[in-house]
Design a protein around this ligand. Sequence first.
Ligand code: GDP
Ligand code: ZN
Length: 308
Amino acid sequence: MEQATVVRNAGSRYELSALPEWRPFPAVLRGKVRLGGSSSTNPVAVGDRVLYCEGENGAPAQINGVLPRDNYLIRRSTNLSRRTHVIASNLDRVFVVCTLYFPELKLPFLDRLLVTCGVYHIPVTILLNKIDLYAEEAPEQVERFVEIYRSAGYEVLPLSAAKGQGVDGLKALCSSGVNLFCGESGVGKSTLLKAVNPALSPRTGGISVSHLQGCHTTSLYEMFPSGNGGFIIDMPGLRGFGLVDLEKEEIYKYFPEMLAASAGCRFTPCTHTHEPGCAVKEAVDAGEIFPERYNSYLGMLEEDRKFR
Ligand code: GDP
Ligand code: ZN
């Protein structure tokens, strides 16, 4: 049996390529794999390394099994569903594309994505796009953003896809591994991907390909070569992303600066909300932890309570 990576998934149709070689070919699942006791709506996702048999007489290859995943990201398969959908697996890096304006940045939302990546042990780089629009008029806002996230331990790359600023640095980061790009619509993700590899024409908006039965929507996920040795997955939309299986008591561990400060808390466990001798709150008061980040944490605690 041969081994390859899933590079495209639309409903029940797949394409595989034996990465790093780029030569995608069609594949289908054997029934047995399809039924394999997974609670997710897609037992095989983009990024999965699979075992397959060649199709005979031009038929699609048959996927016979999925190798264990290093990591993966999931979303709810529909807004209300308990079932999940695997977005992508075996990621080397997630790039979160955002911008201070157009559309306006929502830090709690960004922080939730960062927590999700932390839970799944996926390195994250924050791409602050469209700096041509505001870096000159509001340099202090850019500085503050960069400081908040760099001091928390994240890599931050300010850039402008439109003006090509910072794009070389981004290209260098995409020159190996499998890199997932996500970001709210309008932040400039497509422009950025085209700047990385002009040969790409990623579609936007998340095309729904099999919602006709009305039970769940299946989005198209696909991988592209970065053009310099790596691979890129363009994540359509952001609906339902940020789903993690995380106990309330664990959330602070995925705010790296809070985790570091929490070693000094008087009580364990400490929720870092009301306890006396809480080193996290002291760090917030001392300006060592940014209030924006602490508020995101409180928001996640609150939300968690809402869902229980
Ligand atoms: P997507 O929805 O995230 O894929 O965003 P697009 O790539 O379609 O970009 C949304 C809008 O922002 C378009 O009008 C782009 O021309 C614009 N845009 C993208 N990057 C930049 C940038 O770096 N600077 C400026 N000024 N506009 C940009
Ligand atoms: Zn505490």
